[in-house]
Design a protein around this ligand. Structure first.
Ligand code: ATP
Ligand code: ZN
Length: 294
């Protein structure tokens, strides 16, 4: 029987949809049913283990799953509460589910800097990361562990400040709180069990990761095509974001104009196009890139 590589991903929540989308962009074909714990990938020997995000690091560390996709916030918390070590490694940062773990306190209150936390209580669902931060910054404060609804803690007198995840800040604001310090910038990461993969699984893993690299790189990448005076090529190349060697093609019947084509690995903004135009570029096209492989 062929061995199947197993990837643990969040079944439902803020990581789930982007994790599914990233795997689909890698060409994996699968359907998620309501109550299933395992989804079989039809066109590659891969199974998806659909679980709560909190279970992903320990499943991977125990080799119940070979790989996992999880937020760094959850991963770091689990590593710190396991005493600083788990039998897994971070293989790739995936660039989605971005959020910050912040310290926040009442707007207009007396706690406005990390130093003001000295001798106070802080409510959090991240005691491992918080205590580590307090230790590193020589702050003595009591961490009050909660399982959820941390943003309500100041109002009901549990603790004057909190350590919680923030994305837009709207939840904080709705509760009269403001963030005054970021203690972790988090995004989804691909983790891999420390257990050595069988040659068969290693092969599937290598193919998957090479595709994933293409997906990560093509995310902000664009293909730019334009016409420009030959004399401006050097200037124009400097303006193209994250592109090192554009293709230059002579235009039939015109000695002065050339066509320039380049892959830009960074965001292309309207300002970029305006700068290109000011340097003499014309007929500028920006095209999306669907797949990449080097
Ligand atoms: P589960 O039921 O799987 O335990 P959960 O309620 O713990 O889910 P979610 O709210 O779905 O978790 O968040 C999962 C992860 O998504 C977080 O741990 C964090 O890494 C990331 N995340 C949190 N908030 C946001 C956000 N606003 N935008 C994007 N990603 C976020
Ligand atoms: Zn969770």
């Amino acid at each position: 029987m062929t061995q199947r590589l197993r990837i643990a991903i969040q079944k439902k929540g803020r990581l789930a949809d982007d994790s599914f989308a990233a795997l689909k962009k890698c060409g994996l074909s699968f359907t998620i049913r309501g109550d299933g714990l395992l989804a079989r990938v039809k066109n590659m020997p891969i199974d998806l283990l659909l679980v709560r995000d909190d279970d992903i690091p320990s499943f991977v560390a125990n080799a119940v799953s070979d790989l996992g996709i999880v937020g760094e916030n959850v991963l770091q918390e689990d590593i710190l509460s396991a005493g600083g070590k788990m039998a897994l490694s971070i293989e790739r940062r995936l660039g989605f589910s971005k959020c910050r773990l912040c310290l926040a306190s009442a707007e207009g209150g007396s706690i406005n800097t990390p130093q003001d936390l000295q001798g106070t209580k802080i409510a959090t669902t991240y005691p491992g990361i918080l205590n580590n931060y307090l230790r590193e910054n020589a702050i003595t404060a009591d961490c009050v562990e909660m399982k959820g609804a941390v943003e309500l803690a100041p109002r009901i007198g549990i603790a004057p400040s909190i350590c919680d995840l923030v994305s837009s800040g709207a939840t904080l604001e709705a509760n009269g709180l403001k963030a005054f310090e970021t203690i972790l910038e988090s995004e989804a990461v691909l983790i891999k069990s420390a257990e050595v993969l069988s040659p068969e699984k290693q092969d599937i893993y290598d193919r998957l990761v090479s595709r994933l690299d293409g997906v990560i790189r093509s995310k902000d990448s664009k293909y730019i095509m334009l016409n420009a005076p030959r004399s401006q090529i050097e200037n124009i190349t400097k303006i193209l974001p994250g592109s090192d060697a554009p293709t230059i093609i002579p235009l039939a019947g015109d000695d002065d104009l050339v066509a320039v084509q380049a892959v830009c690995t960074e965001n292309v903004f309207w300002e970029t196009l305006e700068a290109l135009k000011a340097s003499g570029a014309r007929s500028i096209l920006v095209l999306p890139i669907e797949k990449m492989m080097s």
